[in-house]
Design a protein around this ligand. Structure first.
Ligand SMILES: [Zn+2]
Length: 294
């Protein structure tokens, strides 16, 4: 049974819990503006990353971990000063490679919101090797601070010495900073166009196969995910997983998906179709619509 937002709130220091109740938009989907952060600092007396450490139980309350029952909460602070919550996502009964890690959820949250870099990431458990590698792909990775409960803060490369990264494969761009890609697709279908827009913003410097997913729910809400590739390949975050993690942060059940669209290149070096279909089949009877761009 996942932890509810209310029960997570009850674990916070009283002044902070009161301030969260009074100031946060409801329902809270894990995004605090820099102004919200300042207001919570003033109300709680907790400053900087101390505030974010105290808020981690709220981030972890977005977790869906039916396999591990280990709830990871992560909070990323973007260069704008806004902060973005994330949590781990596991698909019940499915192979573990479908999982999204808490750090990946928070980072993709920031990226989808338009951030082009991160200052720090605060996590309730030490980042696994997969996440250290995923974060090494980020714009400004060398300056990224990792904040953990009860430990001195350290830069990412303290946690990932002798790193293998984009430059080792001759790639000079980086995740979150990459500029848009030119993809052409004729359609007047709004969901297809939403996926196309995200595919143009996706990051695929190794396969040169940009892609994105758009999921439409029964109430018309649309959730999107962009492909985030990695120099070490396996830690890449597929677009379907990114979109499902966004749904989890909004506490929208996967049974509410009515349409699912994948946009990718028709002649790409790789395709996300079978991986996206496999993840979708695990949580929904809806058929994936694959739409090819050039
Ligand atoms: Zn991890």
């Amino acid at each position: 049974m996942a932890t509810s937002f209310e029960s997570a709130l009850n674990t916070l220091p009283a002044e902070l819990a009161d301030a969260v109740r009074a100031q946060l938009p409801q329902p809270f989907t894990g995004h605090l503006s820099a102004r919200d952060v300042t207001a919570l600092e003033d109300a709680s007396g907790l400053k900087g990353h101390e505030l974010l450490l105290a808020l981690l139980p709220l981030a972890a309350s977005f977790s869906q971990a039916p396999v591990s029952h280990f709830e990871v909460g992560a909070i990323a602070r973007g260069t704008s000063g806004d902060v973005y919550f994330g949590a781990n996502l596991e698909l019940a009964g499915e192979a573990l490679f479908h999982s999204v890690h808490g750090e990946q959820s928070a980072i993709s949250h920031a990226w989808l919101a338009g951030e082009t870099g991160l200052k720090e990431i605060v996590v309730n458990a030490s980042p696994c090797g997969h996440c250290r590698q995923f974060m090494n792909e980020l714009n400004g990775a060398e300056g990224l601070t990792i904040v953990l409960p009860g430990q001195d803060n350290g830069h990412l490369h303290h946690y990932l010495p002798y790193a293998f990264g984009p430059k080792d494969l001759g790639v000079e761009i980086s995740l979150m900073a990459a500029s848009g890609q030119n993809m052409q697709l004729a359609s007047d279908d709004q969901l297809v166009l939403a996926a196309l827009e995200q595919a143009q913003l996706s990051y695929a410097p190794y396969s040169h196969s940009p892609s994105a997913v758009a999921l439409e729910c029964d109430d018309g809400q649309v959730f999107v995910g962009r492909y985030a590739e990695n120099a070490a390949f396996n830690p890449s975050l597929p677009p379907m997983q990114m979109a499902l993690a966004a749904m989890a942060r909004h506490r929208v059940g996967f049974e509410r998906i009515r349409r699912a669209v994948l946009v990718e290149l028709g002649n790409g070096q790789i395709s996300q179709a079978s991986a996206a279909r496999s993840a979708l089949e695990a949580i929904s009877p809806v058929e994936l619509e694959r739409v090819c761009a050039s």
